[in-house]
Ligand binder design. Structure first.
Ligand code: ATR
Length: 269
């Protein structure tokens, strides 16, 4: 039985073992997937210990995506752009390959919900690692415009600069966001604190969509606010499932269907 795990700190409440075990059952793959609590500052040692026990690949979550990025022998193009790795694969030669599936997970989930992206105006809130990881896949959908708004303007400006070769994008502070957007994606960690980025009213176009990368049993503050503004709100549960499906595909070369796992996971919240 091939072994996989998810590294994080904390990690006990990770839903990844549930998701990957369900995928394995569905696709009739024999594998074992567990959590691995790595100490902060000890990621490389944890990966080494896991592979010494026969580990074939892993997911990586907070706070180790940068450590995983640094550890890889080879990286996918999207991981290089994201400067983060959430999927590790141990090659037969002992070399470590790193990829990131978060961005493609977001875009697949938007497609799943029927959110149009091509030709649309998209507003991305936040400029941390979560946002950096989704810019390239979003621009690949050819939106009319992508605006990155952040509390700290300089961080949004740096991202806009780093991805300027891939599409029409610009940076803004929350206060100077202007115009109406078809899709507004919250990639800040404000929801975790029950806070809302201080956005002006009227940022949603008619028939707009709001997406929060966070999810919870109850609508997040952002989702509730967006719904009150007339937008159709979606939370990030599907993104979690879709990034997992993409990692599973990288390891097993089989693409699981995500619909039933979405339902089961929602029920467990
Ligand atoms: P992650 O890896 O989740 O992206 P991060 O790199 O720490 O985490 O980034 C957190 C993001 O949430 C940043 O864009 C941060 O804004 P700053 O760059 O100004 O720090 C944003 N953020 C966190 N708390 C926030 C709040 N209460 N209101 C608005 N934005 C917030």
């Amino acid at each position: 039985t091939d072994r996989y795990c998810v590294f994080g700190n904390p990690i006990a409440h990770s839903k990844s073992p549930f998701i990957h075990t369900a995928f394995a059952r569905e696709t009739q793959q024999r594998l074992d997937y567990t959590t691995w609590l790595a100490p902060v500052g000890g990621f490389a040692e944890a990966w080494k210990a896991f592979t010494a026990e026969g580990g074939r690949g892993a997911n990586v979550t907070v706070p180790f995506k940068g450590d995983a990025f640094a550890l890889c022998d080879t990286l996918s193009k999207r991981a290089q752009r994201a400067e983060a790795v959430n999927t590790l694969i141990l090659g037969g030669n002992g070399k470590v390959y790193g990829d990131t599936t978060d961005g493609v997970g977001l875009v697949r989930d938007l497609h799943y919900h029927g959110v149009p992206l091509t030709g649309k105006r998209i507003l991305l809130l936040g400029a941390g690692g979560a946002v950096r990881g989704v810019i390239e896949p979003l621009l690949a959908e050819k939106p009319r415009e992508l605006v990155i708004a952040n509390r700290t303007l300089a961080k949004a400006e740096r991202l806009a600069h780093d991805f300027s070769d891939l599409g029409t994008l610009s940076a803004a502070g929350f206060n100077d966001v202007t115009g109406a957007f078809d899709v507004v994606i919250n990639g800040t960690s404000a929801s975790l604190a029950g806070e809302l980025p201080p956005l002006p009213a009227g940022i949603f176009s008619t028939n707009a969509w709001a997406y929060d990368m966070m999810y919870a049993a109850e609508p997040t503050v952002f989702s509730a606010w967006a719904a009150a503004q007339g937008a159709q709100a979606i939370d990030g549960l599907g993104m979690l499932v879709e990034q997992a499906a993409e990692s599973f595909f990288l390891w097993r070369n089989v693409r699981p269907d995500t619909a039933s796992v979405r339902k089961k996971l929602r029920k467990r919240l």
